[in-house]
Design a protein around this ligand. Sequence first.
Ligand SMILES: *Cc1c(COP(=O)(O)O)cnc(C)c1O
Length: 358
Amino acid sequence: MKYTFDIQRTTTPKAKPDPNTLKFGRTFSDHMFIMEYETSKGWYDGRIIPYGPISLDPAASVFHYGQEMFEGMKAYRTPDGRVQLFRPYMNAERTRKTNERMCMPDIDPELFVSAVKAIVDVERDWIPKKEGTSLYIRPFIIASEAFLGVQSSNQYKFMIICSPVGPYFDVPGGGIASTKIYVEEELIRAARGGVGYAKVGGNYGGSLKAQENAAAHGCSQVLWLDAHEHSYVEEIGAANAFFMIGDEVITAPLQGTILPGVTRASVIELLKKWGMNISERPLRISEVVKASEDGALKEIFASGTAAVITPVGELKFSNSNLVVGDGGVGPLAQKLYDALYGIQTGKLEDDMNWTVEV
Ligand SMILES: *Cc1c(COP(=O)(O)O)cnc(C)c1O
């Protein structure tokens, strides 16, 4: 292997959580990956150490100007006990694009994937076995130089932490359930020329207010509209959005405001393989409403690593609402979930060559 890392094992391992009551992102494994960067040296000293707090100078750039990024991926345990990742090189390539936009140092995709594999290998026993569970992996980079000028930092830390997670939906026996989504007509997530296509913290801090609006309307997430006309559909919460109208499946094109999801790309590839009519094109919310009135709106669903596929049963506007199909889980959402989740967990043959064994 091209990249190897020192491993310092914990002497006080934690008890593993009860797989039946696992929540998302609340428990963390015993170790973490950490690597340093300095402009004069490049990336160096990648190592695995016991999980715990880190010390940073209060003037570190990340605290003041938000120069940072993160990724999200999962490790799955297969029925025969192997451990696999889902398309990790896509996360590595997305990291390069995010870093380029944020004036942060490039990382060789081989280094990124080697680090992910190394920490997952050490934390093998932290991958829960129960149906619907997995190990969520959170790589992130923070600007750590102590300097209060608004400029790109000369020092960074690249870290990876891991969290055993339960099924996203509380469905007996596993699977997916439909959700209600609030159409946010005032607040926006990302504008052309901005950082919407990059997984950077500020995009999410800035989204909390809309999330509060959604919750106040009894919804789990927001449907974001474009920043300029507040008219085109963009994303659902921190997931990509798909609409099936007649026999056409539509998702927003990648023009800088949409996060290019690994799940989104995989959904598109599967739909093409199945010979379906998939378009990456601008879609007005008014077209969705009209299709609903005409009986042509078949399904809406979101795609992302956390929930894989989230079917939308209802769209709520500030003073109206729209039920999608019969309000339950649509057949296409179910078929996509079964295919993706089956490949991710090794229950189905990986005929797309998407998984990477650890
Ligand atoms: C992470 C994320 C997604 C989904 O990306 P995946 O790679 O499929 O997990 C979509 N939209 C936003 C805003 C995101 O942050």
